[in-house]
Each structure stands twice: as C-alpha cells, then as structure tokens.
Design a protein around this ligand. Structure first.
Ligand code: NIG
Ligand code: FE
Length: 389
C-alpha cells in the first residue's frame, strides 16, 4: 500500500481527544500519514514517520471531511416561486412538498440521477465526504423504490421516507396511505435502504402513525431516524428516543422533557439551520442541548423546499452566529456528530484506522469557517486517501 505524508499542517482536527487538545483532539504544527484508504498516523510534524510521498499543506488547516447526515437529493424541479413568496411574507408549509412530488414523478431516472450527482459534486467541493440522502418525493410504491435505487447509486446511507407527507393520491384516506407505507411500499423499498424516516408533524404524520411506520421499518431491518419537532412541539423527539432512532432531526421546538429524553438516550439531535434560514423560522437552541449533554449533529437538509443549500460551511457559520455553538462545537457536530447520527465510527475523525476522508482549508484553523462566512475556504478534498478536489 502507498503511504502519503501530509505535513506542515497549521491546525489538525483529529476529533480524537487522545491525540490532541480538547474534544477536537487539536494539534498545531502537525502531520498526517495515510496508508491507502485509511489514516495510519497523526501527530506533531517533527515526529512524523517517513512515507512514499510527501504533500506540503503550507500552513493550512486539515479537518475531517464533513458528514452530512440529512439531505433530500432525489428530486426534480425547483421551488423558486415558493421561496420568493415566503420572502414576501408567506409562511413555510409542509404542503409545498407536493409541488416537488409532481415534478419528481414526471422526471426520468437519468434526470434524477444527474440531479443527485450534481448536488453531490457541489457538496464535495465544499468539503462533504459522507452524506445520507432520502426518498420522499415519489410517494407511490414505484416512485419511492426508484428514488432509493437511484440514491443507492451514489451513497450507502439511504433512507426510506415514504412517510414524508400523505400522498396526494390518498388525501381522503390517510390511514390507507399509512397501510401502504408500512406494507407494499416498505417491501419494495427496504432492500435499497439502511434507514426508515417519518416526518412527524402537524400536516404530515402524528405520533401514532409515526410509531407504526418506524416499527414496521424496524421489523424489515431498517433503523429509524425521525423528522421531529421542526414546525411545532410534538411527540417526534420522544418517540425517536423510545425507538432508539439514530437521530431526531430538526429539534427546533423542544420541551424540557424532550431535552431530558435526548440527554438520557442514544439518539443524536441533528440540527439543520439551513431550514430555519430559508424559512425565516426560529433557530433551534444548540446551546440548551449541549449544556444538557445531548450529542448534536449539524447537517444541511439540502432539499428544494425548506433548505436549498449543500454547504456545510454555511451551516457551521449559522450555528455559531445564531444557535449558541462555539466554532469548535460546530466543527465537531458537522464531522463526528454527523458520523454519530449515522452510527458510524470510520468517518468524521482523523485518527489511525479511520477512513482517510479530509478537507484542507485555505486558512490556518477551522475557526475561519465561521469567522469568514461565505468565503470558499475548502481548497482540497481527499476521499479514501485520494485527492478528489
Ligand atoms: O426536512 N420537513 C420535511 N422535509 C423537508 C422539507 C421538504 C420540502 O419542503 O420539500 C425538511 O425540511
Ligand atoms: Fe429533511
């Protein structure tokens, strides 16, 4: 196997407290050795072992590739008109999803796959090396299974979200749609997915329906994650913890009991500030969750309705500016936190044995991601030991 030494790193974020300072395991004047697809060594540049090749990071920062654990990339069309109307004062409603469902059903497989590839290229250029993506804009057996097949061409982290909203075809009989989502649609979708998700919200699915959907998914070998407490208070977060979901996503409207449940369970709270930004909604309170001891992840929620950004650096800047996170906490949440939300330990860190997925910033430290918002600081991206950007 070929080894590569990356040296002259001003700040290296390892996310391994045993390797450096604080929860980020920070090292200054550091080096990293990659062996094929994995990290072989991380430490002070002066102690670095020899390698087949050497790369000079020229005093830049090196961080783990971002782990974007929540996106909705299998869609067609866009919702510019809805965004325009919202920025003129109309509120965000889950019903806008129907517009994208119609466009997605009408699109060819090739169009949908090209769309996913396009947004993934965008994300990669901004430092994302692992991403999850969902179905949820098909809402028929064939269209949901197709969305998952297409998603699986691009990532291993695929989520069945047949329960995004009640299909417009079942507007008069939501119970029959839940039967479909937990029956024939699940059977067709489960082979293509790792996760099952539900939008537990007024106007989408209530707590009982969400429980039925997640429980049926679990019985088919899918692991739960939940769109919870985005637009209002509700049962989603506590249901997620009860069912040992990997993640409760959004967490914008939380009671003390919701926060306590998250703190006592294994469910990560995934915050999606792009959604609050693009819907002019109240920010989730990351500080409250962190102070309670909850594991927090930060992701884009990239979708054409509520958060049309593929940029994790943008989400980091928002989280630091408006959600009470420190730059260190936001960086951790967008890397190791995202990995935790996908129950992964091979990504989101740069310690021996981890996957060699990393991002080089044109800045001396990761703090610049929030300090220099909107500036394209990602200069190199490496995935499985290969430079791809
Ligand atoms: O995570 N909350 C539900 N789903 C998406 C929005 C999807 C859409 O508006 O198209 C979200 O924000
Ligand atoms: Fe979402």
């Amino acid at each position: 196997m070929t080894t590569t030494l990356i040296t002259n790193i001003a700040t290296l974020v390892t996310n391994d407290p045993a390797l450096g300072e604080g929860p980020l395991g920070l090292l200054q004047d550091a080096a990293l050795v990659l062996d094929g697809e994995t990290v072989a060594w991380a430490g002070p540049a002066t102690a670095a072992p020899a390698a087949d090749h050497a790369v000079d990071a020229a005093g830049r920062a090196v961080i783990p590739g971002f782990v974007d654990s929540h996106s909705h990339l299998v869609f067609a069309g866009d919702r510019t008109a809805e965004f325009n109307a919202r920025m003129s004062g109309q509120p965000y409603k889950a019903g806008g999803i129907r517009t994208t469902v119609a466009a997605t059903r009408a699109a060819s497989d090739a169009e949908l796959s090209a769309n996913v590839a396009r947004y993934l290229r965008e994300a990669l250029a901004q430092g994302t090396t692992t991403f999850e993506t969902k179905s949820g804009y098909g809402l028929t057996v064939e269209d949901e299974a197709r969305a998952l097949r297409i998603a699986a061409e691009h990532t291993d982290e695929v989520t069945y979200l047949g329960a995004h909203i009640v299909s417009p075809d079942y507007a008069d009989d939501p119970a029959a749609y839940v039967d479909l989502v937990t029956g024939e649609m699940l059977d067709a979708c489960a082979p293509h997915a790792r996760w099952v998700d539900v939008f537990c919200e007024k106007g989408a699915f209530d707590g009982d329906q969400a429980r039925a959907i997640l429980t049926a998914g679990k019985a088919k070998g899918l692991h739960p994650r939940v769109h919870a407490n985005q637009l209002s208070y509700g049962p989603g977060v506590q249901l997620a913890v009860e069912l040992d979901a990997a993640s409760a996503d959004h967490c914008t409207h939380l009671t003390d009991a919701d926060v306590d449940a998250l703190a006592s369970g294994n469910t990560v709270a995934t915050l999606l500030p792009g959604a609050e930004f693009s819907t002019r909604a109240e920010w989730p309170n990351a500080r409250r969750l962190l102070d309670a001891g909850v594991t927090v992840a930060l992701s884009t929620d990239c979708n054409p309705g509520s958060s049309f950004t593929s940029s994790v650096p943008f989400c980091i800047a928002l989280a630091v500016r408006d959600m009470g996170m420190t730059p260190d906490e936001a960086l951790w949440s967008a890397t190791a936190g995202g990995a935790a939300a996908l129950r992964r330990t091979d990504v989101g860190r740069l310690a021996p044995g981890a996957r060699a997925d990393l991002t080089v910033l044109d800045a001396p430290s990761h703090v610049h991601l929030a300090y220099r918002p909107g500036v394209p600081l990602v200069t190199e991206v490496w995935r499985k030991g290969v430079r791809v950007i």
